[in-house]
Design a protein around this ligand. Sequence first.
Ligand SMILES: NC(=O)c1ccc[n+]([C@@H]2O[C@H](COP(=O)([O-])OP(=O)(O)OC[C@H]3O[C@@H](n4cnc5c(N)ncnc54)[C@H](OP(=O)(O)O)[C@@H]3O)[C@@H](O)[C@H]2O)c1
Length: 293
Amino acid sequence: MSASAVARLALLAHPAGHSVSPAMMEAAFAAVGRRARYDALDVPPEELAAAVAALRQAPWVGANVSVPHKAAVVPLLDELRPTARRLGAVNVVVRDRARLIGDNSDLPGFARALAALGPVAGRQAVVLGAGGAARAVVAALRDLGMEVAVHNRSPERACALVAALGGGGATVLADADLAAAVAAADLLVQTTTVGMAGGPLGSPLPEGVLPTAGAVVDLVYRPAVTPLLRAARAAGLVVQNGLPMLVHQGAAAFEAWTGLPAPVDAMGRAAEAALGGAGRGWTGLADGAGATG
Ligand SMILES: NC(=O)c1ccc[n+]([C@@H]2O[C@H](COP(=O)([O-])OP(=O)(O)OC[C@H]3O[C@@H](n4cnc5c(N)ncnc54)[C@H](OP(=O)(O)O)[C@@H]3O)[C@@H](O)[C@H]2O)c1
């Protein structure tokens, strides 16, 4: 594609909702001096194949894929990069001439966000949830050498996640063991939809159940402060919401599309502004920031 052509990208999701990605991605391309248009497209399942087929020609550069298409898109692509193959889920499609390559930026996005939090002391992690996001989180934590206990409302889904990732270093946490495991955890990662705007209300943990001294990461970014993060912060724990992961997975996608280093700060500021939180700082929850989330 010539440098002056307007590159096209899209999010394929259903519903596409109030996505932050158009603002974040267009800011990224603008920051490196490229013209790009990024649309959030509401693509119902029966229209996914046609939407993906359209990506095979210029000016399309690629796409993001989100719920509910991350696994369904796999057979529509020509090739998978190793992380996408490992997770069985694609959230980034890259066009290479007429070929479409599937990748997954959730795993490196979470790993980079966690690194920004600083070194986690200890090796015990508890992950709440066993959906698509949890899969990337558990794999990233295993790559860091952590022992991961997965708790999910539906235990069979936690069992399937652990089995799909090859078992080693990850176990399923029974309801009866949840409070003790969380108290002893060096890191708690909340990956369910509980606390998300429009999702189930409240916290996925019973009141008073928190790590004694560990860090707490909640993948939810809307609102900026979930009930779980509010309780964790009140208990003096290090906390991070889902915005750093959102930005870093976007940065990894941008790098897959362009081969350029991502302008991460420009993306973070754009994402933060799109969420209505400009000035809070996108790299985490600075003291007092987003307290009313
Ligand atoms: N920050 C980021 O970059 C980023 C990236 C990806 C996802 N996320 C966020 O992560 C969250 C999960 O996304 P996903 O794609 O993994 O969704 P998903 O595949 O639909 O999984 C949803 C998870 O939430 C659990 N859940 C739903 N309702 C619940 C309830 N009432 N009580 C307890 N657990 C409940 C589900 O448990 P069951 O299995 O029992 O149904 C499952 O574990 C969303 O809030 C999403 O916005 C953030």
